[in-house]
Design a binder for this molecule. Structure first.
Ligand SMILES: Nc1ncnc2c1ncn2[C@@H]1O[C@H](COP(=O)(O)OP(=O)(O)OP(=O)(O)O)[C@@H](O)[C@H]1O
Ligand SMILES: [Mg+2]
Length: 321
């Protein structure tokens, strides 16, 4: 149809007219191409400028990135890329800050016992070793700091193993009653020393839970140590609540409690509500961070309820048979 129309059209024109029509035709094509070429060049220049601005960090938000309407899809992709880049950088900065803080905390915590040990040894060497009244006490104190140092290093090794996902979990079903009995029994002398009643509430001896027994022992040791450590008078109760598919294990004390504002931070590494008080007791603030990681490795979460001056309750769910 089109071909027959063009043949008819050209058949009616003379040679001169054909030449001028062809020239006009090619001229218009050239002009149109030139127009689009210039437009593309301008767009590419704009994109280049935007990339340069991003590289030189000159935008304060992705809203400042603007491209013509014809490039709206590209504009939206550049904006997404910019936002992702900004959030990645913020994340990296945060990690860097955490790493620096962690190193600072570790050095500080290592320095405390090392200085103390050094102090006792120097005093002993300077003559106190001959003084029957103090020599044993100083050695015992130095020894206590060596124990604290050792505990700190073990906690640090645990934290780094857990966080680098090198800690292997050995998950299986085991009877919860004898497990909790053995953990609680270990702490009875410690509780008695502080005049605190430590009791295990009655548990059905057939219940089996799913978890890594040795890691859960570490969790219970940390929670019970804290409960006794941060309780001046009253009791510490350990028990379970049975549900359909789960068991909630809890450690409840009548101790000093935790202020509301600190509740969400106590699981952070090195976080202590009262740094001096905790450090006096040999605490470094790593216990609950380890507890949190181990419970998370069981696909569960540590819950905490606490009232200042009244007491605290830590608990977590485990799967049962
Ligand atoms: N049962 C509790 N009652 C009151 N405060 C608690 C209790 N458990 C934990 N805390 C608070 O949470 C902080 C963090 O506990 P976490 O067990 O991590 O550290 P820590 O006991 O100070 O030291 P570590 O366990 O490393 O020896 C404690 O310093 C304490 O302030
Ligand atoms: Mg602790």
């Amino acid at each position: 149809m089109l071909i027959s129309f063009l043949t008819l059209f050209f058949a009616k024109l003379n040679a001169l007219q054909i030449i001028s029509a062809t020239i006009v035709f090619f001229l218009s094509i050239t002009l149109i191409t030139l127009y689009f070429y210039k437009k593309r060049i301008a767009e590419i220049k704009l994109i280049k400028e935007i990339i340069e601005y991003i590289r030189k960090n000159k935008f304060s938000s992705s809203n400042e990135i603007k491209l013509p309407n014809s490039l709206s899809e590209l504009e939206s992709e550049i904006k997404k890329m910019y936002d992702k880049m900004i959030s990645d950088i913020a994340h990296l900065k945060k990690l860097e800050q955490i790493r620096t803080e962690f190193l600072g905390n570790v050095s500080h915590e290592l320095r405390t016992p090392i200085f103390a040990i050094q102090g006792y040894i120097e005093t002993l060497l300077n003559g106190a070793i001959e003084d029957e009244k103090v020599n044993r006490t100083f050695l015992q104190k130095a020894n206590q700091h060596v124990i604290n140092l050792n505990n700190l290093l073990n906690d640090l090794i645990d934290i780094s193993m857990i966080e680098s996902k090198q800690m292997k979990m050995s998950l299986r079903f085991f009877k919860i009653a004898p497990f909790l009995e053995s953990v609680v029994n270990e702490f009875i002398p410690y509780a008695e020393k502080k005049n605190i009643e430590l009791k295990l509430l009655p548990i059905d001896s057939n219940i089996e839970v799913f978890g890594d027994k040795e890691r859960l022992r570490q969790v219970m040791n940390n929670l019970i140590t804290n409960a006794i450590k941060y309780t001046e008078k009253g009791s510490v109760e350990v028990g379970i609540i049975e549900y359909d598919k789960n068991v909630r294990i809890f450690v409840k004390d009548t101790g000093i409690g935790i202020p509301e504002k600190d509740l969400e931070r106590i699981f952070e590494r090195f976080y202590r509500v009262d740094k001096n008080r905790s450090r006096e007791m040999g605490g470094t603030g790593l216990g609950l961070a380890i507890v949190k990681h181990i419970i998370e490795a069981h696909n569960s979460k540590v819950e905490v309820k606490s009232q200042l001056g009244k007491g605290s309750e830590f608990s977590f769910l485990l799967k049962k048979i």
